[in-house]
Every structure is written in C-alpha cells, then in structure tokens.
Write a protein that binds this ligand. Sequence first.
Ligand code: ADP
Ligand code: MG
Length: 402
Amino acid sequence: MTASHTALQDAAQLFAELTGDRPEGIWSSAGRANLIGEHTDYNEGFVLPFAIQYRTYAAARIRQDGVLRVASTFAPGAVELPVAELVSTFGGSAGAAVASRAVPEWAAYPLGVAWAALTAAGRSEADVPGVDIAIASDVPVGAGLSSSAAIEGSVAAALNDLWRLDLAPLDLAKAGRRAENEAVGAPTGIMDQVSSIMGRADAATFLDCRTLETRSVDLGLEREGLVLLAIDTRVEHAHASGGYRDRRAACERGAAALGVPSLRDVTGADLDRARDLLDDVTFRRVRHIVTENQRVLDTVAALAAAGPRAIGELLVASHASMRDDFEISVPELDTAVEAALEAGAIGARMTGGGFGGSAVALVEASAVDAVADAAVRAFADRGYTAPHAFTVLPSEGARRDS
Ligand code: ADP
Ligand code: MG
C-alpha cells in the first residue's frame, strides 16, 4: 500500500528530526474493523474482527540516559518521562496522569503501554534503558478503525523487542488494554488490541471475550475474488456514549433477571423463558446478544465449511438484529446496508458500536465500484451527506518492519 509506505517513512523522518539519528528498528500494528459480533464483548461473548491495511508505525532506538521520549505526527512536541517515573505516573487511579495534565492524553497511550508492558513482564524500572519513539500513522483517528489499538500495538511490539520483555502477542494486547483503561482512563475491552496485534492476512481473529481464547480464522476472500467494502456514513456517533451505557445496563439487567453472571450464559433455548421474565425492551436487547453470539460461531463454522460466500445471510441477520432488537442503527446505516445489498453485495451490516459510523459490505471484487456508487446515490436521494467508501483488506497484525 502506498499509504502505509508513506506512514512508515513519516515515522523514520520524525525520528530523524527528533534525534538526528536513525532508528534501531520500525515496528507497526494495524487498525481494525469488526466482521461480526457487536456489543457481545462486554457480555463475555464472541467477536470476529480483522486487522486492516491501515497501520501505525513506531520508529525507536534505545537511549542511555533512562529517559523515555515519544513524539507523533499527530501532535506537536515531544513528551519525556524517565523510566524511573513510570509506576509513580501511571500506577495510581485510572486516568489520573492525564487529568492532572502530567502527561498529554495522546502520550498516555505510548507511555502507558511502556508502563503496562514493563509491569506485565515482571521487570523493574531500573532494569531497562530509556527509548526514543517516533510515531506516524495512516489509521484515521476517531473513525472507529481503532487508531488507539494501533498505536498501542506498535509501541508494545517495539518495547517488547528493545527491552527484551519476551511477552506473547496476547500479553502485548493486554498491556495495550491496560494502558488505555488505566493510563488514559478510557474503559474499553480487549477486542481492538487483539485484532490489531494478532491479525493475519486474509483472516479474521476469533476472540472469546470470557476465556480470551483466540483463533485465526481464514476468510478466503482472495481465493474467492471477494472484497470487504467499508461505507463510512459520516454520521458522528452522537448518542454513542449514552446509548452505549444504556445498552450495557440493559444487558446487565437481563443477566441479573435470568440469574446468570453474564448473557454469555444464555442460549437460544432460554429465550422463551426470557420473554416471560423480561419486559419487551430488555428481552430484545438480550435476544440480540444471544443470537449475535450464535451468529459469530455460525460465521466461523460457515467460513470453514463453505467459504466466505456462505456468510452473507449471517451478516444481514446481524444488521437486522442491531436495527430492530438492539436499536443502535441509524437511517444512514440502514440505507448503506440496503443500497449495498440491492447493488449485489453478498452481505452487509453496520459495524462498531452504532449510532453512526460505518457499514461493511462483502462484495465481488468486480462489483466494488457499483456498490460504492449505489450507496452514494442512495444517500443523495435521501439528502444525506455523501458517504465515504473504501476497501478494508484483512491484514497482518503487529510486526517489525525494519
Ligand atoms: P479510535 O481508536 O476509534 O481511532 P480513540 O478515541 O479510541 O479512537 O483513540 C484516538 C486517540 O488515540 C487519539 O485522540 C489520540 O489520543 C490517540 N492516538 C491514536 N493514534 C495516534 C497517533 N498516531 N499518535 C498519537 N496519538 C494517537
Ligand atoms: Mg479506540
């Protein structure tokens, strides 16, 4: 990809500006999109995301003075923190270092990863040298493609090598989540980090959010001449935080009423009883989670048995469930999905938390332009702001690039 190539060069160039030197290496990790499994993560269920071709690069080199210094093309100025102050800076209450302005928010991602990875490896501050890190990315920030997991994964991969931490990919993902939860103060699950770091080309990553079991699942898109097209509706996630809280609360309410620790423990066979016990809204929230978990499992099975053409109906059913039962879609997302299907997409669904953001469509490579054009026309007909369509290519996760 030309774009990735440029971000890699940008990281090297920023490193040269920062240090007057060349980096010891450049590491990167990917953005991600979700194929299926929405709002199942905090219900200890199943998700099936994939790493995408947009990446964040960290050019890095050891320093001899015990100082960590991070810079990014995303924000002006470098931020310095002695390794010896990592624990005192980030070991307190969640987000405190950012709230007190001791560390700018963006720098709490890479510096928080340094703290979390060091801690996870059981190493002490005195044990590791300082590092210069220059970061550049072509993952759009705040667009639902998880630029946050990509920066975390790139820095985790760099420090794992430079500090010889010997952490496994899942440990790096956990360090990324801990940085985001505790250093930045953003309460998120581990799906983004797992898919950013553990992705493989032409594959998705199955994640069991209860056991943290992961499995690479071949998609077979190349073999079948298929492409995944993202359609960004340009609708901001206006009700995202309130809606998210509300849906989470409904899931907790449903689980409590059904006497289970989480909706992971409810199956399709329990839904009749659930309908009797729960009010209509809570029941439909529960039904989405229960059926979505099953759709993730069915998608994995269908991919293995019959390949990617067999998952279209599951994607469509997932969208209907989010629209009708979980009620997190918006007219623009429904329009994108309907237009894509009418133009011949094999399947399509909204992806991400909902209330805006993107849809993803599974299409014949030869029909990409037709599907994208159909979405643009449908939006124009309804007077919506033009959507932005782009292919998302299931790609490799964290790696050393040079
Ligand atoms: P998303 O992950 O959907 O892109 P988030 O709000 O979770 O959105 O994460 C975005 C934040 O992550 C940014 O506001 C910034 O603080 C940090 N971030 C992401 N990419 C970079 C980068 N390349 N350089 C510095 N900070 C970054
Ligand atoms: Mg994020």
